[in-house]
Write a protein of this length. Structure first.
Length: 94
């Protein structure tokens, strides 16, 4: 069962273009998005600071999803027209 997030509103300034995939961890502590061509950013929501920034490793990122523990981030997309997926270990906010 989903629990509502309670607390202060989060105000983010995401890039004006190129954000095509976004994912919020189940516990609401991490927010990930694809920025630009292949860059993935993972943000510690409580602090409002990035904890991970890296290249996705595939040409086109279409989807992002955290696993239930927020210890891994799955990246779905394609390489030159071929479907692909990757997973990346993220740093868990504590």
């Amino acid at each position: 069962m989903c629990q509502p997030l309670v607390g202060h509103p989060l105000h983010l300034e995401l890039p004006s273009s190129g954000v095509m995939a976004v994912s919020l961890s189940q516990d609401g502590k991490l927010l990930a998005w694809k920025e630009g061509e292949k860059r993935i950013v993972v943000l510690d929501v409580a602090r409002g600071t990035p904890i991970l920034e890296r290249e996705a490793g595939i040409a086109l990122v279409h989807q992002l999803a955290f696993d239930p523990s927020a210890s891994r981030l799955a990246i779905g997309g394609s390489d030159a027209g071929e479907p692909s997926s990757r997973s990346s270990t993220s740093q868990r906010a504590r």
